[in-house]
Design a protein around this ligand. Structure first.
Ligand code: PGA
Length: 244
């Protein structure tokens, strides 16, 4: 069971990776198999060398096609070849900056479903949807268009990441997150082909709020951006969720 994922986004360098693992390894004493680090893909081999335990190295994205004429993309097979068996899929930055549609995300999930590979599938409402009381509707639409419409059985993690909470320092109350996670569980329970391994929360998770989030039975873990860039801070966050 994964309960803490570090999403480094477009941050990092070879020396950053070395420093980060020095800090993380010195501070984290929990179960590394419950933790995943998602560096930029080019640093996956280096992170695999530096990790020194069974911590998971995760991709931030993958391509689904079997065609080779897709300059700049990285396939699931290539990730597996580099000992990476997990990827974030459908992060809101992929949707909003790179134009990933529900169809593209469904293709990626279908690709993952046909392999031994784990996805951390992200969903979340915009600020306008949140402010107008349409969060449930927005989440239901994403789940219906992307998971219900899948043609395959899939086991996956879902990360609920309200777009307005990402990198903003603002996050919903724990009760709001719990009620959304309950809604996601209820919605998914009606889909026959989906097996949810856990529901993570993402968006402005920090050392200051991770303990409270970890105390909720409905929050299985966290997907962390900014606060994951410091190995020591991320070790503290991951430790809050360590149930060993
Ligand atoms: P944040 O990012 O923790 O910096 O808000 C989370 C994410 O985008 O996954």
């Amino acid at each position: 069971m994964i309960n803490a994922v570090a999403n480094w986004k477009l941050n990092g360098s070879a020396s950053f990776c070395h420093d980060w693992f020095d800090e993380f390894n010195a501070s984290f004493h929990g179960d590394p198999s419950a933790v995943a680090i998602a560096p930029p893909a080019i640093y996956i081999p280096l992170c695999n060398e530096l990790k020194k335990n069974n911590l998971n190295i995760c991709a931030q994205n993958l391509d689904y096609s079997t065609e080779a004429a897709r300059t700049g993309e990285i396939s699931l097979e290539m990730l597996k070849d580099m000992d990476c068996s997990m990827s974030i899929i459908g992060h809101s930055e992929r949707r909003n900056i790179f134009g990933e549609t529900s169809e593209i995300i469904r293709n990626k999930l279908e690709k993952v479903a046909s392999h031994t590979f784990t996805s951390i599938y992200c969903i979340g409402e915009s600020l306008a949807e949140y402010d107008s009381g349409k969060s449930l509707e927005a989440i239901k639409n994403q789940l219906d268009n992307e998971l219900l419409a899948l043609n395959r059985n899939i086991k996956l993690y879902i990360a609920y990441e309200p777009i307005w909470a990402i990198g903003s320092g603002k996050l919903p109350s724990t009760q709001e997150i719990e009620s959304m996670h309950g809604f996601i569980n209820d919605t998914i329970s009606l889909y026959e082909n989906i097996n949810v391994l856990g529901i993570l929360y993402g968006g402005s998770v920090s050392v200051g709020n991770s303990q409270e989030l970890s105390e909720s039975e409905l929050i299985d873990g966290v997907l962390v951006g900014g606060a994951s860039l410091n190995g020591k801070s991320f070790a503290k966050i991951a430790s809050s969720f360590d149930k060993v």
